[in-house]
Design a protein around this ligand. Sequence first.
Ligand code: ATP
Length: 304
Amino acid sequence: MIQLYIPLGFLGVLYREIKQSLTDLDKMFVLLEKEREIADAPDAQPLALDGPPAVKFESVRFAYEPAREILHGVSFEIPPGKTVAVVGPSGSGKSTLARLLYRFYDVGNQQGTGPHGAGRILINGQDIRDVTQSSVRQAIGIVPQDTVLFNDTIEYNILYGKPDAGHEAAVAAARAAHIHSFIEKLPLGYRTMVGERGLKLSGGEKQRVAIARTLLKNPPIVIFDEATSALDSANERAIQAELKSAARNKTTLVIAHRLSTVVDAHEILVLVNGEIVERGRHAQLVSSGGIYAGMWALQQSGAD
Ligand code: ATP
């Protein structure tokens, strides 16, 4: 009996922990990432912002495990309100850049000699390790590759993070994210239950819900981690339009798998094995005949 009781008790604790965690997206990410590795400095102040900020990575090196460095000194800047896109093979470290900007991990201690790496990430000149983690996350909207939906209505999911915004705001955000007409056609409309126990949405539809959420949150910085799953060209064009509306006047980092998403970017970074091997604007990179030009030619020919 005791033997049975203990695991059940443990499951109860785990269930409560997960349920509680699901009330907070940040905590959910932490759950997925298993551990919270960073803490605020005792004198940390909130990030000071006034409009879309500049985001700067300065010689960022990073290792999840000390023996295996993933980023080997990455430097780039996203000017206020501009978009920088990162492309490159799977495993090259693209999503790691996004995780560092969102402060899932810190890049080492203030001397840059910590176990996890070195360098600095600055938002408007402020080292993100010197300000509170919550203010950094408040300033950033993430549209992840695979959005986790809560077992609740689609409206709840859109309003998540700003529940008081109300129905009209949810509809406006859904319209801008091009998911309103899909929702309208559902028998229960905005009251349709979604998530594991409700209506299952496709990857593209879930990403639109995440875009709607981000539009409502209206953060000055947006990270868009493009879904890897193949989309038909109509869907691809729609997602690009949505991305444009989510990124308007925002400092944006796009992790792209389809190069058509990045043609208008202020700068494109080609990341290979944790190093930027090419950078520039689309036309420049295509004419230089390097890795990016090869990727472009391949995607134009319809091959993956
Ligand atoms: P994809 O295009 O497939 O999403 P990516 O370029 O975004 O790939 P990352 O997710 O940044 O790549 O991963 C870079 C490397 O870091 C990979 O080799 C991956 O195995 C490793 N990695 C990612 N997350 C962790 C982690 N939490 N612990 C240890 N290693 C990790």
